[in-house]
Design a protein around this ligand. Sequence first.
Ligand code: HEC
Ligand code: HEC
Ligand code: HEC
Length: 396
Amino acid sequence: MKLPRLDNVLKAVGALALVGAIVAAAVPLLGLVSITASSGHWAITDVVLHGAMRRAVATQSLGIEPPPLSDIAMIAEGAGHFEIGCAPCHGRPGAAPPPIPEGMTPPPPYLPPRIEEWKPRELFFIVKHGVKFTGMPAWAAQRRDDEVWSVVAFLLALPELDPESYLQLAYGELADSAPALTGFPGGISRDATGAEPAAPDAGAALPAEAAVCARCHGIDGRGRGLGAFPRLAGFPGEYLHATLESYASGIRDSGIMEPVAASLDAESMRRVAAYYAEQPAAGAAPAEPAAPPAARREDEGPLALGRRIATEGFALRGVAPCAYCHGPDPVARNPLFPDLAGQPQRYLARQLEQWTRGGGRGGTEYAEVMYEAARRLEPDEIDAVAQYYASLPTQP
Ligand code: HEC
Ligand code: HEC
Ligand code: HEC
């Protein structure tokens, strides 16, 4: 048998490839690709895409080390955000995903039965990076891995939560007036209880816009005592307002506060800042036990070390005493220098850690001054000084 000549074979293959390429280009150019979400995926496409997503997540999350994830502060922080940032698509315990996101392809799944299929590092990867071509969004503040881990801590607790304990976590004292899940604003409620959206009813003095803040920070602005949310009560209105602006514009990184602050118009921002500035700060229980009054250098525990950093600093390393700008003392300071007394240790330490990283933590117009202070502290010194300030009672 005579074999075809090699150059003829190559020509034939080339011609076929050309026809293939023309057809492949013509299908989208003629508008023939199915892009309708209403048609869903074929079952086989679904299996292939979801399988590819699972494999990608498993491989690309290798090497991510989870921190401890059972802290109630992390779970509560994650729950507070889930209600705003996830439940409108995924539903919440007792309430299936609302109808509008259900029309997406693929539709966002109801999460409680799904969690056990994923490792914590995989959940971290999904929540931090989102999933392309599905509508699952990436975390708004890519440098805040600590916030993403709080969401993971919450997701791990989610399968065990009944509707009441979920609302308690996400709404605190406002749990009874929690609105039914409507998905996107104006959506139709599909709450399992069939309840109508309720108007928050939490004391006449609370401006309507502050009801959302009170879920996490408390009606009294003291942070709900969970170690998760900072106190706002008694801060100068200028600091609260300038801080909200810096979250809204993304200058201060937070995937939790940015969407909340960005949803406020100028007048609402002014009103919530004024409301929390008026709440009394004094009397809030300190978050940690008090520091011993004086400790010798050789038996310095973290609280005493923290006190020393705050009141004396490290002259040789160029760390000024924190107290110079943050107290504790009765000296009137610039209203944009925040009071640290009684704030949760975890919150304070996480703020300091952000300044030690590239890019740092933005904030008000004076935030720059913190770079030098924070960058020269060792990790154990950050924990110690955070613990010291957390132990101080709040001043009137
Ligand atoms: C705009 C709608 C939308 C929002 C908001 C959203 N998701 Fe998703 N999410 C999706 C969609 C769609 C998928 C399906 C992706 C797929 O099947 O590949 C998904 C998938 C997931 C998965 C994987 C589930 C599985 O088993 O396949 C997890 C976990 C998840 N989302 C968590 C979250 C968390 C936590 C938040 C909030 C921080 C969130 N999502 C916000 C739409 C959304
Ligand atoms: C989902 C929970 C949640 C909601 C709702 C929420 N916050 Fe926050 N808030 C947080 C968390 C968590 C932080 C810490 C963020 C960080 O690490 O920067 C924070 C930080 C802040 C800070 C910075 C405090 C400081 O000492 O610098 C201010 C101010 C603030 N929130 C005001 C508000 C206001 C006003 C509202 C309502 C419009 C609100 N928050 C709603 C969780 C929430
Ligand atoms: C020269 C003044 C100054 C000194 C000294 C200083 N700070 Fe600050 N600090 C600030 C200012 C201003 C802010 C507000 C940043 C912003 O705009 O969000 C701040 C913010 C902070 C915050 C975040 C508070 C919050 O509510 O989010 C922490 C924590 C903090 N400082 C700790 C320290 C520690 C610890 C030291 C000492 C090692 C120190 N600071 C020294 C001026 C100072």
